[in-house]
Design a protein around this ligand. Structure first.
Ligand SMILES: NC(=O)c1ccc[n+]([C@@H]2O[C@H](COP(=O)([O-])OP(=O)(O)OC[C@H]3O[C@@H](n4cnc5c(N)ncnc54)[C@H](OP(=O)(O)O)[C@@H]3O)[C@@H](O)[C@H]2O)c1
Length: 335
């Protein structure tokens, strides 16, 4: 960190998967970290958790005043069925939190120096051969509409002294569960083959690269829209193959598109989350000189899941473990 006083970081919605990585990252660097949560206010492991309702003004406004870096991660998970009720909640949770943070920043005596609003790489059109940099073709459909409303709400907030950035984030691969543990679990079960066409591209980013990109964006004073993804999206079959190879699971059943739809319905989610081809590259981050630590999915998988003994028992333990949350305390026990 460049400044001598600790960096003041506020994570709105920092209690989720990405928040967990950012908390560890910034705490390890001595930052003063505050988290806005709908849960109760508390102080734990050096982090101040401050209650808010993610939509109205309140005492939490004071946390925004004087922040160096505000990161907004709030949003109802899209890993659900898109019922009319869920659609409203998916949009409202993002728009209301963004507007509330905007009101707090505008009211602040010292508005945040930098504000990164999360967004999603799903904003781009389904693409296989053509890669989408930040100027890529915007798609259509409900999830794209969510992204457009989320981004425009943020971009329209007038904050002349705050550097504003949109991070269009790809599948976030971390030790803390989320999408990586979901997919790894399927690979464990022998279902890590071809899902649907299988050539749909998976755009992904390792948690270390995401956190380093956030810090670099802050320190180097980036502004604008950035794809937070590794430079190498790959077909879903290759993604699964990398996980399978790593855990020593050779069985890989293929799942036709109709079954993916049925499975998603039974699981209470949307097939689009895995069937859409997200062929996204971080053109702007590369232009700004960002160097990725993980560009090869095999290295990312090996880092997130250091499973040295590829035994059926270890795979079983791993499977049940991923149904809970963090990999970290667990993986050392596998070896
Ligand atoms: N993980 C990914 O692969 C990925 C990829 C692209 C984009 N994103 C986006 O990045 C953001 C953070 O991702 P994440 O994986 O860390 O999400 P997450 O684990 O679902 O956490 C998001 C946080 O938002 C708050 N929240 C959830 N539902 C809410 C609601 N209805 N109203 C207000 N607040 C609500 C929760 O905090 P409290 O319960 O503490 O209030 C939750 O911890 C999300 O907006 C997500 O859509 C994630």
């Amino acid at each position: 960190m460049k400044s001598k006083s600790p960096l003041k970081v506020v994570l709105a919605g920092g209690t989720g998967v990405i928040g967990a990585s950012l908390i560890s990252f910034f705490r390890a660097r001595g930052a003063d970290v505050k988290v806005l949560t709908r849960g109760t206010s508390a102080f734990a492991q050096g982090v101040e958790y401050i209650h808010w309702d993610a939509r109205h003004a309140g005492p939490w406004f004071s946390a925004i005043n004087g922040a160096d870096l505000l990161i907004n991660l709030v949003g109802k998970s899209v890993n659900c069925r898109y019922t009319e009720k869920a659609k409203v909640e998916i949009i409202d949770s993002r728009v209301n939190a963004t507007l509330a943070l905007g009101a707090a920043a505008i009211a602040a005596h010292h508005p945040p120096k930098c504000w990164i609003n999360l967004a999603s790489a799903t904003i781009y059109a389904d693409a296989r051969e053509k890669v989408n940099g930040e100027d890529g073709e915007i798609g259509s459909g409900f999830s794209v509409e969510v992204c457009k409303i989320w981004e425009s709400t943020f971009n329209e907030i007038p904050l002349p002294t705050t550097r504003k950035l949109v991070f269009r984030t790809a599948f976030f691969l971390s030790h803390e569960g989320g999408v990586f543990s979901e997919l790894a679990r399927f690979a464990c079960l022998g279902m890590g083959g071809k899902w649907g066409p299988g050539d749909q591209r998976v755009s992904w980013i390792h948690e270390d690269d995401f956190c380093n990109m956030v810090l670099k964006a802050y320190e180097d004073e980036w502004v604008g829209t950035f794809n937070a993804s590794s430079p190498h999206p790959l077909p879903l079959v290759d993604f699964f193959a990398a996980v399978r190879k790593h855990i020593g699971r050779h069985l890989h059943l293929n799942i036709p598109t109709a079954l993916v739809h049925l499975g998603a319905r039974l699981k209470g989610t949307e097939a689009e989350l895995i069937l859409k081809s997200r062929n996204v590259v971080p053109a702007e981050a590369l232009k700004h000189g960002f160097e990725f630590k993980f560009t090869d999915i095999r290295h990312a998988v090996a880092n997130l899941l250091p499973m040295h003994k590829r035994t059926p028992l270890n795979r079983l333990k791993f499977y049940f473990h991923t149904k809970r949350s963090s990999f970290l305390p667990f993986v050392s026990k596998l070896n």
